[in-house]
Write a protein that binds this ligand. Structure first.
Ligand code: HEM
Ligand code: HEM
Length: 233
């Protein structure tokens, strides 16, 4: 018996997030790709904001009210994990729910701290927060994000190994799990919302790509230009 668990928007979000985060993280090492880093980083932040809204009024299983978070659920999940008849969860299991919420929360802070760092370094906004603090916050949240992804992947592999019949790993590609439950269903509002969800992040990508960087060389170049223009007059 197969049940439709992850609708198309949840799956598109998942893969855009995975790609966006991976590229933003890798590019952070390259000075020459600074603007692409901003673009992918901003893209990830907006994607997550939409996912948070989808968690509030989204369909079954993707809705946060369907995340089995409580301590009782965690205990039951851990206790039965290796038993012959483990408790099966059609949506996210209790531990996955916690990790996923942490990914969303840390992802947003990482993206916002990145923008604030950019804005402070380049005198775009005077936020009044110390640059070093922002740099530390951005670095720590980015690395925490990476650790959470590692835990997420480890959890998925463990599930594949110990509960392979459920088909959790395949579900993020196909949408279906081998569990008997109620199919998820999108209403018209979810569909219209999803159009915005997968349009606006690309606009932010474009805008973030165009952010001006005032490097020391740029500043010197600009002041030299001003000096020569002034003297030409
Ligand atoms: C979730 C998305 C993001 C991830 C995973 C990420 C990751 C990183 C990492 C790993 C670093 C290197 C930290 C270090 O070792 O010092 C970095 C630096 C930086 N990031 Fe991000 N970032 C993201 C979003 C953003 C955004 C949206 C912006 C700005 C629009 C941004 C601006 C910066 C800046 C200005 C630096 C410092 C570059 C430097 O001066 O060396 N980041 N980021
Ligand atoms: C940077 C990489 C990744 C990130 C940031 C990430 C993040 C997430 C998030 C946030 C969710 C929750 C989806 C939602 O409810 O909207 C999720 C679910 C899931 N992810 Fe990933 N993911 C990554 C890579 C992968 C990879 C490479 C795989 C396996 C090929 C994978 C397999 C899954 C599966 C199977 C689920 C559904 C889990 C369940 O049924 O409880 N993820 N992931």
């Amino acid at each position: 018996m197969k049940t439709y668990i992850w609708s198309i928007p949840t799956r598109i979000f998942h893969w855009l997030l995975a790609i966006g985060f991976t590229i933003a993280y890798i590019l952070s090492d390259f000075e020459n790709f600074r603007n692409l880093h901003f673009a992918f980083g901003g893209f990830v932040g907006i994607l997550i904001i939409f996912r948070l809204l989808f968690g509030l009024f989204g369909p079954k299983y993707s809705n946060f009210s369907d995340f089995p978070l409580g301590l009782k659920n965690q205990k039951e999940f851990i206790k039965t994990y290796f038993s012959k008849s483990p408790k099966l969860y059609p949506g996210h299991n209790p531990l996955a729910s916690v990790i996923i919420l942490c990914i969303l929360f840390i992802g947003i802070i990482c993206s916002i701290s990145g923008y604030m760092l950019y804005a402070t370094e380049n005198n775009v906004l005077n936020i009044g927060i110390n640059e070093e603090f922002l740099e530390e916050s951005h670095e720590i949240t980015a690395n925490l994000f990476l650790v959470l992804v590692g835990i997420h992947l480890f959890g998925m592999m463990a599930d594949k190994f110990f509960h392979s019949k459920t088909g959790t790993l395949n579900s993020i590609f196909t949408g279906y799990k081998n569990i008997e439950s109620k199919n998820t269903q999108l209403n018209s509002f979810h569909k219209i919302f999803s159009l915005l969800w997968f349009t606006i992040p690309f606009i932010i990508f474009y805008l973030a790509y165009g952010l001006q960087i005032n490097t020391k060389e740029n500043e010197n170049e600009n002041s030299n230009k001003e000096y020569y223009e002034h003297n030409d007059d």
